[in-house]
Ligand binder design. Structure first.
Ligand code: TXA
Ligand code: MG
Length: 339
């Protein structure tokens, strides 16, 4: 299939929107990562997204909307919690898991009776949704299991030839995917951490007497057999192998000076054996930079054919650090040492 690479012009936006409305697949920028979009209400179109990404079909998609009022067309009740979170974080990198209305195809929600909804802040994304006239189902626009795409070029690398078009926008500002929060229970529960932190969520709901919980599966920091009884992440996507670079990857955790020394030592030791070594190391107050750069760095190391990636752990008690560590641990296959 020929994939059209579309610069962001008025005409191209109209063309891309028509393609979505016609059941085709168009990748587009958002503030978090690039998404691979299809008409969320067209089960056949959504089915093609799974095929293009090589994605397991029980992994539901996030549905993107352009206006807050569109939420009421996808879910039966808009609760106080939903209102508070929307008010505080939309448009922006927050996905809410809500009860779904029956019109949403099973393909979009992986057969669940809930649906993930997000209103992106990226103007191109919102214009595409508005112009296509339908909510857009979009997972990250990468081959399943690969690092998420934060530039248009990343999408070209993974999906050229497999989808109808790519909107060639700017690089993504955030760099990691949205915070996913289940709002169907008594208190909101984080299923996937992101740049919007637990503390920020808490501030938004404390005034209506709610607390923010964390899916206990997020605190597990070793690979788990999904058949283990206590390992049931509530976001189906969190159980799959993810974000994996081609190189072997090791995380070094501990006090920053010691981490630096150990990384230098391991680097020299491995280079002496003829290995190509990549290093990812951020200072304590650089968790946002880490989020912005992390996936792009993994892809760079792939291109440079690195054999080994050494990464300094971020502080998991810093909200954004926790979100980056969630990705880093998965990329490294939970390969971590303490110094
Ligand atoms: O920032 C983002 O969220 C990006 C951009 C494109 O918006 N999208 C993204 O989609 O990261 P994806 O498909 O790569 O990740 C969606 C995550 C998966 O872990 C999925 O299992 C979870 O959200 N999810 C979606 N719908 C769900 C539902 N109804 N219940 C529980 N988890 C759900
Ligand atoms: Mg993804």
């Amino acid at each position: 299939m020929e994939t059209k690479l579309l610069e962001i012009t008025t005409e191209n936006m109209e063309q891309a929107a028509r393609m979505i409305a016609d059941g085709k697949l168009v990748a587009f920028p958002t503030e978090t990562v690039y998404g691979l979009g299809a008409d969320a209400m067209n089960g056949e179109a959504v089915g093609k997204v799974y095929a293009a990404k090589g994605r397991p079909s029980d992994n539901p998609m996030i549905v993107h909307i352009a206006d807050k009022k569109d939420l009421a067309r996808l879910t039966p009740v808009v609760t106080e919690v939903m209102k508070a979170l929307m008010e505080a974080f939309w448009p922006g990198p927050l996905t809410m898991i809500v009860n779904k209305l029956p019109g949403i195809p099973d393909a979009t929600t992986g057969g669940l009776d809930t649906v993930g909804i997000r209103m992106p802040s990226d103007e191109t994304a919102r214009a595409l949704i508005r112009q296509s006239g339908c909510p857009i189902a979009a997972p990250s626009a990468n081959i399943s299991g690969r690092p998420s795409p934060t530039t248009a070029q990343h999408v070209v690398t993974d999906l050229a030839g497999k989808i109808d078009a790519i909107l060639m926008g700017d690089e993504c500002q955030v760099g990691i995917e949205s915070t996913v929060v289940d709002v169907t229970g008594e208190n909101p529960m984080i299923l996937r951490p992101g740049i919007i932190t637990r503390g920020e969520l808490e501030n938004a709901v404390v005034k209506i007497g709610k607390k923010v919980e964390l899916d206990p599966a997020l605190l597990v920091n070793r690979p788990r057999d999904v058949s283990e009884p206590d390992f049931k992440p509530k976001a189906p996507g969190m159980k799959y192998k993810h974000y994996a670079p081609k190189a072997e990857m090791l995380i070094i955790s501990g006090e920053i000076a010691k981490v630096k020394t150990e990384i230098d030592r391991l680097k020299s030791e491995n280079e002496a054996k003829g290995k190509k070594v990549g290093v990812i190391l951020f200072e304590k107050d650089q968790s946002r930079e880490a989020a912005h750069d992390f996936f792009a760095r993994l892809r760079e190391f792939d291109e440079q054919k690195a054999d080994l990636i050494l990464a300094g752990a971020l502080d998991p008690n810093d909200g954004v650090g926790f979100a980056v560590m969630n990705r880093m641990l998965k990329s490294a296959g939970y390969h971590i040492i303490n110094v």
